[in-house]
Structure formats: structure tokens, C-alpha cells
Design a protein around this ligand. Structure first.
Ligand code: 5GP
Length: 180
């Protein structure tokens, strides 16, 4: 794997696709075990844009009935979080009376999932479970329980597998880290 250039920054290879896929296998196995035989139809919520690849890969592995919904949030500018979570596109369906499995690409400070959980409860979701491909445990400082975590990573800025730097880099199948 080679380094990649996005806008003014260089990123070096960090996590290979094979390892990402194995982490998703693990998350899917845990979800399948927890939701096997459930009598309701849970909502799988893709948080756009970053979670597109994760949600697609995860969905293929889930074997209980589910309904896909999406919404778009934004909190990052360049390589920094602004601390303010903006709803750029509202929910594509009604979550009232439903269990919701939130599919996040990465949990950093946790501001996004705290806002999301609050918003989903306001809209009448009966239960909100958080599922994230990646977690930065050194930064995460919120009381919200992370039910399914694919992989923990150090506090660094990454791109690829859905994650971007100013809209570029989402299409790479591997994950790259900012080259200092
Ligand atoms: P939080 O609200 O937990 O601080 O940040 C969550 C959101 O910020 C993620 O859904 C993602 O969009 C973005 N984010 C956090 N860390 C990174 C990172 O290392 N790289 C990229 N590209 N986005 C990140």
C-alpha cells in the first residue's frame, strides 16, 4: 500500500481492508446473536456520509428482518471537530415505537452520538443501540454506552473506508492516517 495525497495533506496506510472486514464480522455476529428471533423489526440507521461503507458491509451480514433508514450529520471541518453537531439531512423514516441500531463510522468525542441518542428518543424510539466501526477511547468521554465496537484506534486523524478529509478519501477500501 502506498501513501495517498488528499488536498494539501499526505496520509499513510494504517488499517488494511482485510482487518476492517474481520472487525465487521465480529460486530455482525454480536448483533445477530442479540436480535435473533426478535418479534419487532429494528431500524438500522446509517449516519451519512461516513458510515455508508460500514453500513453496507454490516447489512450484508445481518440475518434478522430490519429496515434501513439514513440521516446526515456534520461536525467536522477539515481535520478538527467543531463540537457542534448539525443535522444536514433529516431522518428518512419514522422511528416512533421502534428499536434503533445506530451505525456510526467512528466515535471520537462522542458529541455526535449524544445528540443522536437525544434526537432519536425525542422522535419516540423505544431503544437506541450504538454500533460503531471505530472508537478513539483516549478521547471518548461521554456516558452513552457503546453497545458494539468494531475496533479501537489511537487519537489520530484517519481517512478511507467512508471517512473523508474535506470530502475526499471516502472511496479507499483501506484506512489511512495523517502523515505528520
Ligand atoms: P464525535 O462527535 O464523536 O467527536 O465525532 C464523530 C464524527 O466526526 C464521525 O462520525 C466522523 O464523521 C468525524 N470524525 C471523527 N474522527 C474522525 C477521523 O479521524 N477522521 C475523519 N475523517 N472523521 C472523523
Amino acid at each position: 500500500m502506498d501513501k495517498i495525497q488528499l488536498h494539501d495533506k499526505t496520509f499513510r496506510p494504517f488499517i488494511e481492508n482485510e482487518k476492517i472486514e474481520r472487525a465487521i464480522d465480529g460486530v455482525a455476529a454480536r448483533l445477530n446473536a442479540d436480535f435473533k428471533g426478535c418479534s419487532d423489526i429494528p431500524v438500522l440507521l446509517c449516519v451519512l456520509n461516513g458510515s455508508i461503507l460500514f453500513t453496507a458491509e454490516l447489512m450484508k451480514r445481518l440475518d434478522f428482518p430490519l429496515e434501513l433508514m439514513s440521516m446526515k450529520l456534520s461536525s467536522y471541518q477539515g481535520t478538527q471537530t467543531t463540537g457542534q453537531v448539525l443535522e444536514v439531512m433529516g431522518l428518512t423514516g419514522n422511528v416512533e415505537g421502534r428499536r434503533v441500531i445506530v451505525c456510526e463510522d467512528i466515535v471520537d468525542t462522542g458529541n455526535t452520538i449524544v445528540s443522536l441518542q437525544h434526537m432519536l428518543e425525542q422522535k419516540g424510539a423505544t431503544e437506541v443501540r450504538i454500533c460503531t466501526l471505530l472508537l478513539k477511547p483516549e478521547v471518548y468521554d461521554k456516558p452513552v454506552k457503546l453497545d458494539y465496537v468494531g475496533m479501537e484506534i489511537p487519537n489520530a486523524f484517519i481517512v478511507g473506508f467512508g471517512l473523508d478529509y474535506d470530502d475526499l478519501g471516502r472511496n479507499y477500501k483501506d484506512i489511512y492516517v495523517l502523515d505528520k
